[in-house]
Each structure stands twice: as C-alpha cells, then as structure tokens.
Design a protein around this ligand. Structure first.
Ligand code: CTP
Length: 404
C-alpha cells in the first residue's frame, strides 16, 4: 500500500502509522509532498519501511520508470495521513501536482483520507465541500479527525485520528465490504427530557459507542442513518445524521428511518421517564425546600420495534447498560424486547461504558454469550458488526434435526 504524507504538523504521527502498518505485515511505500518534508524527513520513513521514499515527481531516478504510476498501479490501498486542508482542496479539484496527489489520481485502489488541520479550516464551508466531493464523487473513505487541543492553540475537531484507528480503518477498507448495500439505522447518545425551558432530565451517555458503530458500518459498505441524541461527539463524516433531543423526537425519527431498514442498532440511552408536564416558563425556586417532579413512562422503542416487525426484518440489536447481574439482565432484555442480539456492558467497570474511549462488552443472543475483550470503541464496533453479519447469514437458533 501507499501512505501519502502531506505538510501538516501531524506529519510526525505518520511515522507511527507507517510503523504500525509495517508491523501488521503491510508492504508500505511512502510518498511525501514537498511541504511534508518540512515536518519530517524521508529518511525516517525509509528507515521504517526499508524501501525508497517517493518525494519528487520530477526525479530522474524515481521517474525513470514513471515511478508514481507504478506505485499507483501496484497499491491495494492509498492512505493519506495527514490530509491537510490544502491537500483535500487539490485532491477535490483533481490536481496531480506532487507525489501524493498524482498517486491518488492515478490509482484505481481505494483511497483512505485521514484529515488533520486547524479547527476553523476543518469547519470551513470550502473544506467541508471538498470532503463531500472526495467522499461522494471520488468515493474516498474518510477517517474523521479527533477533537482536542490542537497544535495551533485552538480546541475542537482537527486532530489527526490516532494511528491505530487509521490502521484499523485501512484493514477494514481492505477487508470485504460485508455490509455493502445493507441499510443500517443506529441510534446513539442520551435523550433530554425537558422540565422547563432551561432544565431537563438526562443521562450520562456520550454517544461515542453509537457513533463508532455508525462509522464502522459505513466503512463496511452499509447505508447508515444515525439518529443522534444531544452529544458533544461529532457524527462520523458522511453519515446521514438526524439530531434529536427527547425520546419522543427519537421515536419519530426512528419510525421514519426504520421503514426500509435491514438492521437497527439501538445504542441510545433512551430516558425511561419524562416529566409529566413541561413548564412554559422557567420554574422559580421561591421559598420551597423540596420539589417533586412527576414523571411518566416513555414507550420502550426497541420493544415496540420488536413487537411490530414481521419476521426477522429489521434485525434488532439492543444495548443493556447494567451495573449488576449483567448477563441475566441482558438475557431478559433479549426476550422482553424481542430483539436478535443484546450488547451488554457493565457500566460500573473501569474502561467500559459511558464517556470513555474503550469498552468491554458481551454479545448475548439466543445461542449464548460471546465475550468481546476490552478494546477501543471503534474495534468493539467492528466485533459487534461481525456478529450481526454472522447472525444475518445464519439462523439465530440452530434448528434441531427432525426425527424420522
Ligand atoms: N430502549 C428503548 N426505549 C426506551 C428505553 C430503552 O428503545 N424507552 C432501548 C435502549 O436503546 C437499549 C435497550 O432498550 O437498546 C435497553 O436499554 P436500558 O436502558 O439498558 O434498559 P431499559 O429497558 O431502560 O431497562 P432498565 O432501565 O430497567 O435496565
């Protein structure tokens, strides 16, 4: 494969990416833009790959055999990390004026972009337009940048995805598109149930697990629709997302989305109760020392889908966030909610559940329990999808042999 490195501060992370790809057994050829060489040297990549690094489109030695076309033809995948705003713009315009853009334009292999830039460049309408073109027209896959403190001093989205996440995305682009054409609806995040115009009843769900499932399913070829409760997490680039706030809004969006869905993954932590009345005006504290808010039950959306479906479509996946009796509770939910698979996690466990980047889950279906060891939410998302793919191709319960 080819790793293309553009000129941004995150270029130093490309060294770790190349090291991980090499360690995973990939043959990696590195191509660099002239600007990338201001941040990291070709020598670093040559040492890591033990192969020549392609830096100069006009090199008399590299181009003796038209090196960039040879690399473009031989590649099974082109990964561009970091992809700067400038590089995305040049790629979207179909330009081929350096080693990286010329390989990207000449290759017939899939291209995976890992953008990294200043948050305002990332949010700029032109950058977003370029990324839309690259995704929708050129069919490039995009590993969304992470959020956090950026080298430029700003905070927000723009930080290059972790090298391990890019490796994982590369592995999945290379693997079979086993969800190609499958319509997957994912709900994620918490719901907020209004008390008055400024207050609400909510929960600690961050939406990270659901966003990871939506991103992973999209990477595996699914047509994904994400219904996202209020979350600080950015929805995956390119996934059609409906933002909702309350369980009622989620229910409405879900009912619309589910009509032609093949798979529904209910990661959302839907509030079980909502205030019976929503005050029009902000409630005043006054002199009262206690306050009682009457709550009424929200419908169980997953159970509703389980009851309403005819046959096994859509395939229903529920989540069970538990603090005790994890498997017993998950098995009960499998039956009461009429779903095919329950992803159970012990939210009391360190490194699992809400807000963290890792998770440890158990997959409970009618045939038993599969443990998914603790891993990044992106990795866990793929294991959950593996199980969904396996179960959709095999009946859930192995039929007993008929007596003669
Ligand atoms: N769920 C739902 N509608 C609700 C509550 C939950 O569709 N009103 C879904 C969630 O999206 C999740 C699954 O049901 O996939 C289990 O949610 P969880 O909160 O663990 O279970 P509850 O049914 O609320 O049961 P309990 O709170 O008693 O554990």
């Amino acid at each position: 494969m080819v790793v293309g490195v553009a000129g941004g501060i995150a270029a130093y992370k490309a060294a770790e990416l190349v090291r991980l790809l090499d360690k995973a057994g990939a043959t990696v050829d590195v191509a660099m833009t002239p600007r990338a060489q201001h941040f990291i040297t070709a020598m670093t990549f040559q040492a890591l790959t033990r192969r020549p690094v392609f830096t100069d489109l006009f090199s008399l030695t590299d181009e003796e055999k038209i090196g960039h076309i040879q690399l473009a033809d031989a590649a099974d995948l082109v990964v561009i990390a970091p992809a700067t705003a400038d590089l995305c713009a040049r790629l979207a315009a179909g330009m081929a004026d350096d080693a990286v853009t010329s390989i990207a334009l000449a290759t017939r292999a899939p291209v995976l972009l890992a953008p990294s830039m200043n948050v305002n460049m990332w949010n700029h309408v032109l950058t977003q337009r370029n990324l839309t073109t690259l995704r929708d027209v050129a069919k490039y896959q995009i590993v969304a940048p992470g959020e956090g403190f950026l080298a430029c001093g700003w905070t927000g989205p723009g930080r290059l995805a972790e090298p391990a996440e890019i490796v994982e995305a590369a592995a999945h682009v290379l693997s079979a598109q086993d969800l190609a054409g499958v319509k997957v609806v994912v709900t994620a995040g918490p719901t907020y149930e209004a008390i008055d115009p400024v207050r609400f009843v909510g929960n600690r769900s961050s939406g990270k697990m659901g966003a990871a499932i939506a991103a992973a399913a999209q990477r595996r070829g699914a047509e994904v629709r994400l219904i996202f409760g209020p979350s600080g997490v950015a929805p995956p680039v390119g996934v059609e997302t409906s933002h909702v706030e309350s369980a009622a809004q989620l229910s409405w969006a879900l009912n619309n989305a589910v009509k032609d869905a093949d798979v529904v993954v209910m990661t959302a932590a839907v509030a079980d109760f909502r205030p019976a009345k929503v005050a029009d005006q902000k409630l005043k504290r006054g002199a009262q020392q206690t306050m009682t808010i009457e709550l009424v039950a929200n419908p169980d959306l997953l159970a509703g889908l389980g009851k309403a479906r005819k046959g096994k479509r859509p395939f229903l996946v529920g989540f069970a966030a538990e603090t005790n009796e994890v498997i017993a509770n998950a098995k009960a939910k499998l039956v009461t909610k009429g779903c095919d698979l329950v992803v159970a996690n012990d939210v009391a466990e360190v490194g699992a559940g809400f807000a963290v980047d890792t998770n440890h889950v158990q997959l409970v279906d009618a045939n038993g329990v599969t443990d998914v060891p603790s891993a990044s939410k992106a990795e866990v998302a793929h294991r959950i999808l593996d199980k969904i793919v396996e179960m959709r191709t095999k009946p859930a319960i192995t039929p007993k042999p008929k007596k003669r």
